[in-house]
Structures are given as structure tokens and as C-alpha cells.
Design a protein around this ligand. Structure first.
Ligand SMILES: Nc1ncnc2c1ncn2[C@@H]1O[C@H](COP(=O)(O)OP(=O)(O)OP(=O)(O)O)[C@@H](O)[C@H]1O
Ligand SMILES: O=P(O)(O)OC[C@H]1O[C@H](OP(=O)(O)OP(=O)(O)O)[C@H](O)[C@@H]1O
Length: 215
């Protein structure tokens, strides 16, 4: 029997939206997969040759890029940040919709404190941020945070933030306003390029099933 096919799925909010898609493509994970209290990381499915792993959002791309998993579900924000050449992203799954935006304290634009040629930005996405500002001829100095970016401007860590926005509630409750959308975000099906070629008989039908389920 050939090696199992491994699908990496992020824990957190995408997991909840990914479950119905997995069901539509005929993949039924063991019960522990959807149980947030389970400490297991790898799960069997109704297909003897397909396993699921549950990892952090950014790590989905790493597992698939290195071929440790063959397929994954990941936000396009993560793909924009890492730009792995080993990944092929053939399907927009239409889940995990949000946007990645620049935000700043309410009223900053009206003050003299808004920098022009150099900015200090708190973000989980330093590469994407630096690229975006560079394209506008602005040098961005990024302070990497893993969460709670919204605190940074008030506490003097940065003047602006680059973060995900959905309802806008987090920004509002922390005295910030969205000033520019950098990109719209949704979750993508990703495939390791080598696996796409070498295991085409197993991978291609799955990609097509996800494409149909997402349509
Ligand atoms: N507010 C949101 N609305 C819709 N999708 C979102 C939102 N926030 C994040 N996402 C999507 O979900 C993915 C995972 O985000 P989530 O907040 O669940 O992870 P996290 O807890 O920040 O990550 P980690 O597990 O590394 O701590 C993001 O990469 C993005 O694609
Ligand atoms: O516009 P909103 O609807 O308020 O959503 C935006 C928030 O959602 C995400 O955080 P998440 O809730 O995933 O928490 P974390 O990344 O800080 O763990 C993002 O980092 C924002 O903080």
C-alpha cells in the first residue's frame, strides 16, 4: 500500500468552515478531529489512505511546502506572506473571507505625526507589509507580533498596524480605523507541486472534488 495522503487543516476559525467542505468531498474525519479539547494532532478518516493533521494556520503552508503533507487548506494571507514556490493553489474555497488592511488610530491623519517616507508598522505579516509599502516608495519598519496588534499604536510600539479585518469590530473597540485594504483574503486549497505530479492519480480527483464543493 502506498504512503497515506495527508491533508493539513488549520485549527481555529477555518476549521469550522472547512468541515462541511470536507464532508462534501466525501472525507469524514474521526470524531476527535472537530473536538477542540482533543490533544491529538493526526486523525484518520473514512478513507483508509487519507489522514488529516490539525496545525497552526501559518504551519499548514510549511508542512505542505516541504511535502510533509500533500494537500492543505490555508488563508491567502499566509500565501501572500510566504510566497512558497513549492505550493500550487488551484482552488479558492470561498471560506475564511476577510481582508488584510492598514489601520491607524482614529484622527492620526489629521495630526503631524503621520510619517511619510518611513513607517513603523506592527504586524504578523512583515514581508507582505514591506512589499506593499515598498511599491509606494515607502520604507516600512515592521515590528512582528503574533496577535493583539491593535494594542501597538496606543502603546507606542508602532504608528499603524497591518492585520486581518472582517466585521471591523476589533479595530473599533481599540480606537483604530481601517485606512487601506491591501488584499481581499479567502482560504485556498494548496497542493505540494511534487505530489501533484507524482501522486496525480490520488491528488487530481481530490482537487476536482474540492473545486466542485466550493463552486
Ligand atoms: N476575522 C476573520 N475573519 C475571517 N477569516 C479570518 C479572520 N481572522 C483570520 N481569518 C483567517 O483564518 C486564518 C487563521 O486565523 P486564526 O485567527 O484562526 O488563527 P490564529 O489563531 O491567529 O493563528 P495561530 O493558530 O497561528 O495562532 C487566517 O490566516 C485567515 O486566513
Ligand atoms: O474585524 P473583526 O471581525 O473584528 O476580525 C478581526 C480580528 O480577527 C482576527 O483575530 P482572531 O479573532 O483570529 O484572534 P487572534 O488572531 O488575535 O488570535 C484578526 O487578527 C483581528 O484581530
Amino acid at each position: 500500500m502506498s504512503a497515506p495522503l495527508i491533508i493539513a487543516v488549520p485549527k481555529g476559525r477555518i476549521l469550522d468552515e472547512a468541515l462541511p467542505l470536507l464532508a462534501q468531498v466525501g472525507i469524514e474525519p474521526e470524531a476527535a478531529f472537530a473536538d477542540p479539547d482533543s490533544r491529538a494532532l493526526r486523525f484518520s478518516t473514512n478513507h483508509p489512505t487519507i489522514s488529516l493533521i490539525r496545525v497552526r494556520a501559518f504551519d499548514v503552508a510549511t508542512f505542505v511546502a516541504h511535502g510533509a503533507a500533500q494537500i492543505g487548506v490555508v488563508g491567502s494571507d499566509v500565501l501572500l506572506e510566504f510566497d512558497y514556490s513549492e505550493l500550487y493553489a488551484p482552488v479558492d474555497l470561498g471560506i475564511g473571507r476577510c481582508r488584510i488592511s492598514i489601520a491607524e488610530p482614529v484622527g492620526l491623519a489629521a495630526t503631524e505625526q503621520r510619517e511619510r517616507s518611513h513607517v513603523r508598522i506592527a504586524t504578523k505579516y512583515p514581508h507582505l507589509t514591506a512589499r506593499h509599502f515598498e511599491a509606494q516608495g515607502i520604507q516600512a519598519e515592521c515590528v512582528k507580533l503574533n496577535g493583539a496588534m491593535e494594542l501597538a499604536p496606543t502603546l507606542g510600539l508602532a504608528s499603524r498596524i497591518v492585520d486581518l479585518v472582517s466585521s471591523g469590530r476589533t479595530l473599533k473597540e481599540n480606537g483604530l480605523v481601517e485606512v487601506e485594504v491591501i488584499a481581499e483574503v479567502s482560504a485556498r486549497l494548496i497542493v505540494n507541486r511534487a505530489a501533484f505530479k507524482l501522486r496525480a492519480a490520488e491528488v487530481a480527483p481530490l482537487v476536482e472534488a474540492f473545486r466542485k464543493a466550493a463552486a
